[in-house]
Write a protein that binds this ligand. Structure first.
Ligand SMILES: Cc1cc2nc3c(=O)[nH]c(=O)nc-3n(C[C@H](O)[C@H](O)[C@H](O)COP(=O)(O)O)c2cc1C
Length: 430
């Protein structure tokens, strides 16, 4: 059994309420927090090895340490609750089932960095989770965990929810900042990084919901307890959103370093209907695909998945069975990225659309062998050339889907139809 840190309260009735959270020790870390100098808190979090759970996996403590200390500008925290990556649905669980754990994490981060205003940027479609979070914020204010002079310590902190408007690109940290400032959600060139010039031109920490939710455990139990879990470089646990052809899709917490397929099978009951495993997409729609053999022999941590040619990303694991079509998967993913490209970089604007059109053609049985090569030729032109990595996010999967499942692409072209599509699915396809 994997230890549960983030999801420990998920099964408790009314876990979203302050009384239930407090009864299980919630907000207990604050007593210790306010006795520690802020720099010591940053060191503590650095030592824990906690890495960002929004996708990039960057050290949380390290990021906080980049925020200038000798500035007379206000500093801000932006909590990234935009959660738009297809297949990712774990932050929603936290907001809905245990919002106080995240709020406690927000207090820890803000105290450590010297922040007095935190914005929670919530995905526009997350109306219910946002309501839950607002109710929790209201409870925290009423009990003196937020607001002026928190728990008589002299530390002030306001937390404000900002609803997004349904754009995936606003999950990218600088797109989020632009959107929060009331502008079009288009990413900024980096550097400067938000830690130095972020929202309203001020130093800003951007952290994912789950990253912040790990902080109460780290403060309560000590960084050593957290660092002991997982592997040397991938410490602790992570929430994985598992979807696709599995018996029980859902959000499961796993300790880093376990075998990837064992974890999926143990958590979800394995491939739906006892079918054969075809492939696993381990880190969201932007990650490269792993074959069944690779998924069985790879370990679930940042380094092992990277060594297998993919990434942990936001922890969105998608499983394909022998009856699922890889070409269709590419068509769906490419259509998503073409739709969500913000359009400011030509390579992304045109490239995502180009790949999506070709993938659709092949899936519909109207593609040629040359079309497959066209996708492969386009991928390198999209890598590392744009303001953010949205273009890379289609290039990486597209290249890997074709390279690892070339025969499926060829079969679509030769047979002039999708071999996985039944008659009724054929008429339902877009
Ligand atoms: C296109 C794109 C979309 C992203 N969407 C999200 C998102 O929905 N949620 C999130 O936490 N991070 C997202 N990120 C990553 C953020 O830019 C940023 O790295 C993250 O919020 C930092 O928090 P962390 O260090 O706690 O992971 C996205 C990145 C890109 C390039």
């Amino acid at each position: 059994m994997s230890p549960r840190i983030i999801s420990i309260n998920f099964d408790k009735p009314d876990a979203h309420k302050l009384s239930v959270y407090e009864a299980s020790g919630g907000y207990g870390s604050l007593q210790k927090l306010f006795t520690m100098p802020p720099d010591e808190v940053i060191e503590h979090v650095k030592n824990s090895g906690l890495r960002g759970r929004g996708g990039a996996g960057f050290s949380a403590g390290m990021k906080w340490s980049f925020v200038p200390k000798d500035t007379d500008k206000p500093k801000y925290l932006c909590v990234n609750a935009d959660e738009g990556e297809p297949g990712t649905f774990k932050d929603r669980k936290i907001l809905q089932l245990d919002p106080h754990m995240m709020i406690e994490g927000v207090i820890i981060c803000c105290y450590a960095v010297g922040i007095h205003t935190a914005y929670v940027y919530v995905r526009g479609e997350y109306v219910k989770p946002a309501r839950r979070l607002q109710a929790a914020i209201d409870e925290a204010y009423a009990k003196g965990y937020l607001g002026k002079n928190i728990q008589g310590t002299g530390f002030d902190l306001d937390v404000v929810i900002h609803m997004g408007a349904g754009a995936y690109i606003c999950g990218e940290e600088t797109g989020l900042i632009e959107s929060l400032e009331g502008k079009k959600g288009q990413p900024r060139a980096k550097p400067p990084y938000p830690a130095v010039i972020g929202v309203f031109g001020c130093p800003t920490v951007v952290n994912n919901v789950e990253t912040l939710s790990a902080l109460p455990f780290i403060m309560n139990e000590g960084w050593q307890a957290y660092a002991k879990l997982g592997t040397e470089k991938s410490t602790g646990t992570m929430l994985f959103s598992i979807s696709g052809s599995v018996e029980r899709p859902g959000v499961y917490e796993g300790e880093f370093g376990v075998n990837l397929w064992d974890f999926i099978e143990r958590s979800t009951g394995g491939v739906r209907g006892g079918r054969k495993l075809k492939a696993v997409i381990p880190g969201g729609s932007s990650s490269s695909i792993l074959t069944a053999d690779e998924a069985r022999s790879t370990y679930l941590d940042y380094e092992s998945i990277a060594a297998a040619g993919s990434m942990v990303g936001s922890g969105a694991i998608m499983v394909l069975s022998e009856e699922d079509c890889v070409v269709k998967a590419l068509e769906v993913v490419a259509r998503f990225y073409a739709h969500e490209s913000c359009g400011q970089c030509p390579q992304c604007r045109e490239g995502t659309y180009f790949i999506s059109q070709i993938a659709r053609r092949i899936e519909n049985g109207e593609g040629s062998m040359e079309d497959i090569e066209k996708i492969l030729d386009t991928c390198p032109l999209l890598m590392g050339v744009t303001v953010c990595v949205l273009a890379d996010s289609i290039a990486m999967p597209a290249k890997s889907y074709i390279e690892k499942f070339r025969e499926e692409f060829d079969q679509h072209v030769k047979e002039k139809h999708c071999p996985y599509r039944s008659a009724e699915r054929k008429s339902a396809v877009l």
